[in-house]
Design a binder for this molecule. Structure first.
Ligand code: HEC
Length: 132
């Protein structure tokens, strides 16, 4: 009985630690997003019609999810189609962001606003950063 109670308490502690850790990452992702990305893609991810594409509810992001870390580090250029609208202004990358920071921004975007794109593992982030 005592052992069982102890086990329950230990598991509850683990759940609490893991969830508060995830929360910390999500918060860091939001702070970094607001600082580095919101100037163009807006704080609510809606972008600016015809100039900066949305990252909230973007079909492009949904289809090329694994590219996001790469886009953040190296940028993206050339005409792209986002939700049926063409965008063709180059976005420069942000080389000074670490892989961990990029991972936190990516996972923030995947789960912010109306987005429900799951979690990207750190291994997947590293893989995305490899190919330029
Ligand atoms: C100076 C403005 C600017 C900033 C700052 C900026 N972007 Fe972009 N972003 C753009 C533009 C313009 C495009 C379209 C590029 C093209 O036409 O090829 C784009 C495209 C994208 C795309 C692919 C299209 C889509 O909307 O799904 C993603 C994802 C993206 N940006 C994420 C980010 C993230 C994350 C950051 C911050 C780390 C960021 N951007 C910072 C201007 C910006």
């Amino acid at each position: 009985m005592i052992l069982r109670t102890r086990l329950i308490i230990i598991s509850l502690c683990w759940i609490w630690m893991l969830s508060s850790c995830n929360e910390g990452r999500f918060k860091q992702g939001k702070i970094l997003y607001d600082f580095h990305c919101a100037g163009c893609h807006m704080e609510d991810g809606t972008g600016l019609a015809g100039i900066y594409p949305p990252v909230n509810g973007s079909d492009f992001l949904m289809n090329y999810k694994e590219k996001l870390p790469n886009i953040i580090r190296f940028g993206i250029e050339g005409p792209i189609l986002v939700n049926g609208q063409e965008y063709d202004i180059a976005m420069s990358g942000i080389p000074e962001l670490s892989a961990v920071e990029i991972s936190n921004i990516s996972n923030y975007i995947f789960n912010a606003w109306t987005n429900d794109l799951g979690i990207m593992s750190f291994a997947e982030v590293m893989e995305s950063l490899e190919e330029e």
